[in-house]
Design a protein around this ligand. Structure first.
Ligand SMILES: *[C@@H]1O[C@H](CO)[C@@H](O)[C@H](O)[C@H]1NC(C)=O
Ligand SMILES: *[C@@H]1O[C@H](CO)[C@@H](O)[C@H](O)[C@H]1NC(C)=O
Ligand SMILES: *[C@@H]1O[C@H](CO)[C@@H](O)[C@H](O)[C@H]1NC(C)=O
Ligand SMILES: *[C@@H]1O[C@H](CO)[C@@H](O)[C@H](O)[C@H]1NC(C)=O
Length: 241
């Protein structure tokens, strides 16, 4: 009789563990994506965060992410990219032009690193029409290396800051200055050759890496716990027989 109660409780314990472990293995529901939070977590993006706020483009992004199924891609220049601009570059712009510059860093669809290999130039950005307008953004790729040109600035994707199949945020080395606002006034000026922008192998592997999944370790822990409990229960059963 005692043995039977032992056996029944052990079987029940195993079942309870199996049921409890199941929902924990599924990913926790994520709150609405918050671009500011992502950039804060990445660090070194205080200027971009400030501009996203003052232009209200940050709110636009969060709303769009919640409402569209196309996703978004953002090119994020870190603080040193802004401090490398010629002084007064952004201060000379009107508020509307600042909005355009920030929107120029956003493509209204999700692009993984490998997606860049098949996009057609010029890419359409949130700043407006790339074909007839003055906001062309062109990419060239070689494997995982992605170069970007605006006709004024040439840069490279240095790193994947964030990617969740809806939003991709890539670190770029320079602020993307659109042709419309920073292009040469006369067609005479030849573009200066770019120097020192060759990406190194560290950048390439960084672009490859995807963000870690915070939930996976918890799920693993529970799974292990379940296995251990089953083992303990099995031992109890074996002894009680
Ligand atoms: C996004 O995150 C920032 C910083 O963590 C916070 O100040 C802001 O209120 C958040 N916005 C939303 C809509 O949750
Ligand atoms: C997200 O979208 C849903 C449905 O479209 C809406 O009810 C909700 O208020 C939105 N949340 C935010 C934070 O915009
Ligand atoms: C990207 O730019 C770098 C530096 O200008 C250049 O060496 C490299 O060949 C370019 N790669 C592609 C795929 O355009
Ligand atoms: C971008 O690509 C288009 C299509 O190939 C081309 O016509 C245009 O001149 C390019 N612009 C720049 C700035 O590279």
């Amino acid at each position: 009789m005692k043995n039977h109660i032992f056996l029944i409780s052990a079987v029940l314990l195993v079942q309870v563990i199996a049921i409890a472990a199941q929902p924990a293995a599924a990913p926790a529901p994520a709150g609405p994506t918050n671009i500011t939070k992502i950039l804060e977590k990445a660090g070194q993006y205080t200027t971009l965060i400030r501009l996203l706020k003052s232009t209200q483009v940050g709110d636009q992004i969060n709303t769009q992410l919640n409402n569209s199924n196309q996703g978004l891609t953002m090119f994020a220049p870190p603080d040193n990219a802004f401090s490398n601009l010629k002084s007064g570059t952004l201060n000379s712009l009107t508020d509307q032009e600042k909005v355009e510059v920030i929107q120029f860093h956003i493509v209204p669809s999700f692009l993984s690193v490998s997606n860049f290999q098949t996009v057609s130039n010029p890419l359409r950005t949130q700043a407006g029409d790339a074909n007839n307008g003055q906001f062309p953004l062109n990419v060239t790729t070689a494997g995982n290396q992605v170069n970007i040109t605006t006709g004024v600035v040439d840069t490279t994707i240095a790193n994947t800051i964030y990617s969740d199949n809806t939003l991709a945020v890539y670190q770029i080395d320079k602020v993307l200055l659109p042709l419309d606002l920073f292009g040469p006034p006369a067609p005479a000026a030849a573009p200066k050759p770019q120097k020192g922008s060759a990406p190194n192998s560290k950048d390439k592997s960084a672009a490859d890496s995807s963000p870690s999944d915070d939930d996976s370790s918890d799920a693993m822990g529970l799974a292990c716990h379940g296995v251990l409990s089953f083992f303990v229960a099995a031992v109890i059963v074996a002894f009680s027989l």
